[in-house]
Design a protein around this ligand. Structure first.
Ligand code: ADP
Ligand code: MG
Length: 444
């Protein structure tokens, strides 16, 4: 009730724009005398509301309702909407009367997963498991890699695919933290039998982030047994981890060797083309039409985390709608700069520099790092080398390595040559300057 009234007051007090952007999509899922639980579309909403509207909300609670309410947030994709009325929920908790939300994010599908060289193998393995769970040699399947690269996405895509294609199959999905919590609370409540039954009834068990099992001996013990029961019954197990299972510390040997008995596949950070593809897709998903140059700009600067690519788009959308402002390059730069902070200034790579020089000189990237020495190509190469040295300040030999295994004297020579010609050759100077300008990227 309070939330409904609060919304009315917010609607009166905020601009339409702000209200529609930040509060219209928010729903209240529970209210107690001391607390209110809000469901928001994504993490970004939560951050934004907390940092921009917390005071407004507190004032309303206090002045209009004479209450001090604390606010908790949940992000809506977690409480999956794909389970509509009448359908069997994916997981029905046997432990308590309250239904556990099925922990599959319905947006994480194979269709919405963009393939690139960095994740192709992982995707193929995941898809194969989703098509024939338990039947391939990919059991267990472990998907590992850094933060925000799509491990959870693939894990849930397997679940969602099976949900669609084999309605009868029992999917149990949990993070290793949830597994741990469930285990601990089952001990406290004397319900370890129920706990075991719940996890062992799975036809396919999806466990996210197994690194959180590290140093939790009891939980590992439990997981080991669960694993064995399922494995021996030919059930499929898929796990994700932040590193190669063979190298994980704080996990029992026998667990590690079980994990490695199937297939481990990694996901690498996306390359430039994949980043562009992901941004295009995310922009479209959010109904945002962006010129290619903006997309490219973002892809150049935001590199090693797909979650960040995604939130850049959302932030762009939010900022533009909040301030009622057209999306232009300035705004794009502002948002990127906010996301990157200091990193923006150092985050360039050889690859970026070579790409820019390639554009400006019409010599392909391959040729730039290749062996041919026609005048045009050699000059482009020298410019690229010079800029790498100037901007990245890498060692001569590491630059040499990147440029086709040339030795450090060649690199030094190239740098000197460009430097000496810069004062006299205006055309060269312009070229180098425009490359610099583009690469010197975000104006301070
Ligand atoms: P991880 O579990 O590896 O930390 P997530 O699976 O949570 O990463 O991915 C972070 C975000 O990036 C998610 O919103 C996910 O949908 C998105 N994402 C990751 N990889 C891809 C991809 N290849 N195509 C489209 N979206 C992706
Ligand atoms: Mg994850």
């Amino acid at each position: 009730m309070i939330w409904a009234k609060t919304k009315d007051l917010l609607r009166e007090r905020l601009t339409d724009h702000a209200y529609n952007t930040w509060f219209e999509p928010v729903t209240c899922i529970a209210e107690t005398p001391s607390e209110i639980i809000l469901e928001v579309p994504n993490q970004f909403f939560y951050e934004w509301i907390e940092s921009h509207y917390r005071r407004t909300l507190d004032t309303i609670f206090k002045n209009d309702f004479q209450q001090n309410l604390s606010i908790k947030y949940t992000v809506s994709p977690e409480t999956v909407k794909s389970v509509t009325a009448g359908e069997e929920p994916l997981i029905r908790s046997e432990r308590s009367a309250k239904t556990t939300p099925p922990l599959l994010n319905r947006n994480y599908t194979f269709t919405s997963f963009i393939e690139g060289a960095n994740n192709q193998f992982a995707r193929a393995a995941a898809f194969s498991v989703a098509e024939s769970p338990g039947q391939s040699t990919f059991n267990p399947l472990v998907i590992y890699g850094g933060v925000g690269l799509g491990k959870t996405h693939l894990l849930h895509a397997i679940g969602n695919h099976i949900l669609q294609t084999r309605p009868g199959i029992k999917i149990v999905s949990a993070s290793s933290e949830k597994f741990t919590q469930d285990f601990i609370s089952s001990i406290q409540k004397n319900k370890t039998v129920e706990f075991s039954r719940y996890y062992r009834k799975a036809d396919i068990l999806l466990i996210d982030d197994i690194q959180f099992f590290q140093r939790k001996e009891q939980t590992q013990e439990q997981f080991f047994h669960t694993f064995n029961v399922l494995y021996q019954a030919g059930k499929q197990i898929v796990m994700t981890a932040d590193q190669y299972p063979g190298e994980m510390k704080g996990l029992q040997e026998r667990l590690l060797s079980r994990f490695q008995s199937g297939l481990s596949v990694d996901i690498q950070p996306p390359d430039f083309e994949t980043r562009v593809a992901i941004l295009l897709e995310k922009a479209e998903m959010n109904g945002l039409e962006l010129p290619y140059t903006y997309i490219e700009f973002m892809a150049t600067h935001i590199k090693d985390n797909i979650r960040e690519l995604e939130s850049t788009i959302i932030r762009l959308l939010a900022t533009s709608s909040l301030f009622n402002r057209e999306i232009d390059l300035e705004l794009v730069k502002k948002v990127v700069r906010e996301r990157l902070g200091q990193r923006a200034l150092v985050d360039l790579s050889f690859e970026d520099i070579v790409r820019r020089v390639s554009r400006l000189t019409n010599v392909t990237e391959k040729e730039i790092v290749g062996v041919r020495r026609t005048k045009h190509i050699a000059q482009a190469r020298q410019i690229a080398i010079y800029l790498c040295r100037e901007i990245l300040n890498n060692s001569l030999s590491s630059i040499g390595l990147y440029f086709g295994g040339r030795d450090h004297t060649t690199i030094m020579h190239a740098c000197q040559k460009i430097e000496s010609r810069l004062s006299s050759d205006l055309q060269l100077k312009n070229l180098v300057n425009s490359a610099r300008q583009e690469l010197n990227r975000i104006p301070a």
